[in-house]
Each structure stands twice: as C-alpha cells, then as structure tokens.
Design a protein around this ligand. Structure first.
Ligand code: AMP
Ligand code: GLY
Length: 421
C-alpha cells in the first residue's frame, strides 16, 4: 500500500518510522517532510495547508491512505477533502477537529457534559473582558479562541499583564481572527500529563502516558517552546488517576462528540493537570503531540497501520493495541536561542554506532550533507527497562549527534524521577 504522512516535524518522523514496520506498506511519502527523513520516506514538497495540491497529488499517485498529523490542515478540513476524492485518512474531519480549533467550543463542550476543567468565561468584547479582569483572581489564564501556533495561552500574574494580553489578542489581533473571542479561565496547579488516545468515534484506547517539558531552560525556566523533551510513562499518571480519567474525561469526551454529531476519529490528545481536586482537562488537541509521539510510539508493540485503519473503519474494539513495559525518553536538540532568534544551517553529524533513534525536525538536505534548519532540529529518543535507564541512555546518545550551536535541556525527566522516589 502507498501511504502519505502530512507534516514535517519529529512527530511525523516517528509516525513514519513506526509505519515502516508494517508489512502492508510498500511506499511512504512525507508531505513535505524534512531532509532528515530521506532514508525513511519520499519527500513531496507541498505545503501542509495546500488542500487542493495534496488532494491532486493523492489522486495522481493513487495513494491508499493519508495520515494527517498537524493541527492546521485538520482544522481546515483536509480529511474531508481527501475523503471526498475517495482517499481514506487517519485524523478527524473538520467537524471533529474543532475540539482543538476552538477553545470556546471545547470549554462549552466540557461544561455541557460535566467534564472536569478550569472554570472560565468567554468574551468577544474587549471592554467586558477588561471589566471582568478587574475582579478576577490572579494569576489568571487568557486563551485565544482559535489556533495560535501554540502561543495562544498567556498566564498573567498581574492585572496589568492580563490587560495587555487581552488588548494584544483582541485589539492588536496578534493571532489574527483566532483572537476574535477569548477564554479567561481559572489558574490550576498540579503536575501535567499528556495522554494520547486512539479513537474510531465510539471506542477509545489510551496510549501510554507522557510528560512534556515545554519551557526552554532547565528547571522549567525560560520561554514556552514547542517542547524540549518528553518521557513516558508519566509517573503522576497512576492506575487510580488513569481510572478517573477514563471514567470522567476520556469516555465522556468521546460520547459528547458523538452526541454532538462530531464523532472523533483519529488521535485525541488530552492535556491534563492532576490538581488537588482531581484530574482536569487543560486542553484537547485533535492530533498526536510533538514531542510526545517520539516517546509513545517507540513503546507501541502493535501494528500502527492496523490501528490507524481500525480508527478509520470503526473497528478499534477488535484491534490489538499493546504497549511494551519499560520507558522512553526523548531529548530535543535545538538551535541555541530558540524559541527566539537563532542561527542554523550547520552540518549535522550522527555517529554510525548511535544506540537511539534520531527523529529529525528542523533539518534540510544540501547535496549529501544534512544541515540544521530550524529551532527544534531533532530529538534523540531511547527506550529501556526503567525510566532512569531510558533518560541516561538518551542523554548519553546525544553525545553522538553534533552540530554547531546545538542546545538541549539537561533535566528532561528529572521531575518524573523525583516523583518515582
Ligand atoms: P498550551 O499552549 O495550550 O499547551 O498551554 C500552555 C501551557 O499553559 C500548558 O501546558 C499549561 O502549563 C499552561 N496552562 C494552560 N491553561 C492553564 C490553567 N488553566 N491553569 C494553569 N496553567 C495552564
Ligand atoms: N507537546 C504539546 C503539543 O503537541 O501540543
């Protein structure tokens, strides 16, 4: 079968590498992919949001299946468009992708169906939002309604900061139309857990839990990034917590979406906070997480392609989804300066005897050289019997990857290890 994966980051590289293990697949395309993927996929240079371009390519090449990985094409209706030309996809249709595409939708859904989340209000009027802020407890959390390249959440410590945030979103439109409405919500505390789950619209199967490290610097200092590293499983996600999440969050969400006529097929990402009052939903994403996928899929012991097709066909209840015991750690190597200004374009050298998987993100080919070409350049992902061993191994193997101006955090997984002790 001929399969394409839409997207270009480390997450997509992890999906591609896992799909390659499936006997049924004989060609994998990455649209557009990146230069670090050329051993695993054929790169096709079409932008991820070019719905017509991708549909035309899919028809021309007679693709059998397309995995739509990033949020923007999903929210824009890529799956609907591909389905309409007869191509099966992994990923939610436009109606279901709104669970990530609109924070107002997801908050209202949770309220309607009693799914635990932070208390909130929705504002489409600047003056009313500011009026509310004057009485709101601090810190306060302000979220643009629509997609905002992962930057649409502001945690304001003072009234001034909160006002500035609301003005920049609603008045200056720093996130464009995504800021026509905002959500102002209660600040929650507790450890965060990422749970990705397969769903065919009716059945939901959670994957092994993960912990992301979003801040740029050690000890969770510095700016928010796309994610500087991950570990799995997340020790805060105990058996008891998992049961509460399944009963009070996961199943109710899938039923709610079905009930709203928006059955969710694909990977549903639950961003959770384990608060003193129990687990609550911080956010939903309509896709695999990055870099969560780089630790979750290496632990998957079943055929990813079979699972994906079961999600599409509504047969997930009959499909085996097994995870290995053990743990995984992914350390992201970025260009120094990310997420602000940085330099790239430097040759990436990976030692032949590396004992870990390198998932490339910001990398490009220049002749037979591979160059750094972005903020997050790659992730070094290792598995082992214990979390401690996986972390040590991932860090040890980062020494076998070299490029000028490389930066990594040195404490990926240390909070998780402390929690285990
Ligand atoms: P996001 O960009 O949606 O992934 O959110 C970024 C981060 O903001 C999350 O990972 C949380 O750490 C934090 N966050 C979002 N909502 C809340 C909240 N209600 N209370 C505390 N922290 C939050
Ligand atoms: N790692 C968080 C995300 O993919 O949104």
């Amino acid at each position: 079968m001929k399969v394409a994966v839409i997207g270009s980051g480390g997450r997509e590289h992890a999906i591609i590498k896992k799909l390659k293990q499936s006997k049924e697949i004989n060609a994998i395309y990455a649209i557009p992919g990146n230069g670090g993927m050329t051993e695993d996929a054929i790169l096709i240079n079409i932008p991820v949001t070019d719905i017509n371009g991708i549909c035309n390519f899919a028809k021309q090449e007679k693709l059998d299946y397309v995995v739509v990985a990033p949020d923007d094409p999903l929210v824009a209706g890529m799956v609907d468009a591909l389905n309409s030309v007869g191509i099966d996809c992994f990923g939610p249709d436009k109606k279901a992708a709104i669970i990530e595409g609109s924070k107002v939708f997801s908050k209202d859904l949770m309220k309607k169906y009693n799914i635990p989340t932070a208390a909130y209000g929705v504002y489409d009027n600047l003056e009313e939002a500011i009026e509310y802020l004057r009485t709101a407890p601090l810190p306060t959390v302000i979220k643009a309604d629509g997609l905002a390249l992962g930057k649409g959440v502001i945690i304001a410590e003072t009234l001034k900061e909160a006002e500035n945030a609301v003005r920049s979103i609603m008045e200056d439109k720093v996130f464009g139309a995504s800021g026509n409405k905002i959500v102002i919500e209660e600040f929650l505390t507790g450890p965060e857990v990422s749970v990705l789950a397969f769903s065919d619209g009716k059945t939901l199967v959670p994957m092994v839990s993960a912990m992301d490290h979003k801040r740029a610097k050690d000890n969770d200092k510095g700016l928010n990034t796309g994610g500087m590293g991950t570990i799995a499983p997340n020790p805060y996600y105990t058996k008891d917590v998992a049961k509460i999440c399944m009963d009070e969050i996961f199943i109710p969400t899938i039923r709610a979406m079905e009930n709203e006529g928006r059955a969710f097929k694909g990977c549903l990402f639950f961003g959770l906070m384990i608060t003193p009052n129990g687990p609550k939903v911080i956010e939903y994403n309509c896709r695999f997480g990055d870099p969560e996928t780089q630790v979750v899929l290496p632990l998957l012991d079943s055929d990813l392609f079979e699972i994906m097709r079961a999600c599409t066909n509504g047969t997930l209840d009959k499909c085996e989804v097994k995870f290995k015991d053990g743990a995984a750690c992914c350390v992201v190597m970025a260009s120094n300066g990310y997420p602000e200004k940085y330099q790239s374009g430097f040759p990436i050298i990976v030692d032949k005897d590396i004992d870990a998987t390198v998932y490339f993100a910001g990398a490009k080919k220049d002749g037979d050289k591979l160059l750094s070409a972005g903020g997050r350049v790659l992730g070094v992902s290792a598995t082992a019997d214990t979390l401690d061993a996986a972390i040590n191994k991932a860090y040890k193997q980062t020494e076998k990857v070299n490029f000028e101006n490389a930066y990594k955090r040195n404490d990926i997984g240390s909070r998780a290890l402390a929690a285990l002790k």
